[in-house]
Design a binder for this molecule. Structure first.
Ligand code: C5P
Length: 314
């Protein structure tokens, strides 16, 4: 195989609770993650030149060594140097649809696709769980991007417990194109403001993470009860991002007032998603918001929950 093309879906957070600190500087989280059909396309081609090259159609995306997809290829190169010598370099081409720095795991899903693609091109035979373990070294969201569907994520976000998939959730997704929120900034600011509420002892931390398994959100998912899911939407990072970026709060309010079931920021933002009754309602809400906020900077998408992570393009 000389090349392959993969579809790399975005994710939204239906639930994000910050439970406490970790000794590695990260936070203990309890999250519920959902893949959506808004996706990037990643083409990976073996190259005769002995190097890794990244290209992207979106100038907002860096194509140097700081790109997470580059880092994924570099990690595979470091881990399997014989395969790199045997198969040569890699040209990675990213067709971006997922908004950048949006809290939608756009960079993580591209990196996840690169891990899966190289596994195929170099015939390494790594299992999904081995790839997830490699992915976790690069970013907390990468294991979920590989697994996809609907899942509880604890620890840093890399420990996954799959849930029955929700394939009928219709959303409108909104993001101001050049507004970026740094994830390290969001978590750092949260720590500064809410550290006193963090659970300290290890047993209570583990119990809190465990409790998410029997939460009302999980019950809503098990019963495919969209109204219950919407009632349980929660994201602790809204407490620091919305006051700092009032434009995101306004966007969230515009969506909420458009007659949707519920709206919330995804991850560290600044994208906001709104859950709708149907695809038709999602299309109507998209048009309504476009009229209310005619700013061309505002990107709007209609998307749907899906039951899988990275896949080979058909
Ligand atoms: O793992 P990832 O590189 O995506 O995380 C980005 C940043 O978000 C981390 O450097 C850290 O500042 C913050 N973070 C955190 N706790 C987590 C996940 C991320 O504090 N569980």
């Amino acid at each position: 195989m000389q090349s392959c093309t993969l579809i790399a879906p975005a994710k939204i957070n239906l639930y994000l609770e910050i439970i406490g600190d970790r000794s590695d500087g990260y936070h203990e989280l309890a999250m519920i993650l959902q893949s959506i059909d808004l996706a990037d396309q990643i083409h990976i081609q073996k190259s005769s030149i002995d190097s890794i090259r990244v290209r992207c159609n979106d100038p907002q995306v860096p194509i140097d060594k700081s790109n997470l997809a580059y880092k994924a290829a570099a990690l595979m190169n470091a881990k399997y140097p014989e395969a790199f010598i045997k198969h040569g370099g890699l040209n990675i081409s990213i067709k971006k649809r997922i908004p950048v720095s949006a809290g939608l795991a756009g960079g993580s899903t591209d990196a996840a696709a690169v891990l899966l693609g190289i596994n195929l091109l170099w015939e390494l035979g790594l299992s999904k769980s081995e790839l997830e373990e490699l992915g976790a070294r690069l970013g907390s969201d990468i294991p979920f991007c590989i697994a996809g569907g609907t899942a509880i994520a604890t620890g840093r976000g890399e420990q996954l417990a799959p849930l029955p998939s929700l394939d009928n959730i219709h959303i409108v997704l909104a993001k101001y194109r050049s507004l970026e929120v740094s994830t390290p900034w969001a978590y750092k600011t949260y720590r500064q403001q809410f550290r006193s509420t963090y659970i300290q002892d290890r047993e209570s931390l583990a119990a809190r993470a465990e409790a998410v398994h029997s939460s009302n959100m999980v019950k809503g998912i098990l019963h495919k009860d969209t109204k219950e899911i919407v009632q349980q939407l929660h994201n602790d990072l809204e407490k620091v991002v919305l006051p700092e970026f009032p434009i995101v709060l306004e966007l969230r309010e515009t969506l909420t007032n458009a007659g949707v079931l519920g709206a919330m920021m995804s991850g560290s933002g600044p994208s906001v998603f709104a859950i709708c009754e149907s695809k038709q309602q999602a299309e109507e809400v998209k048009s309504h918001v476009r009229k209310k906020i005619p700013d061309q900077e505002l990107e709007l998408f209609v998307a749907q929950s899906i039951a899988h992570g990275i896949q080979l393009a058909p």
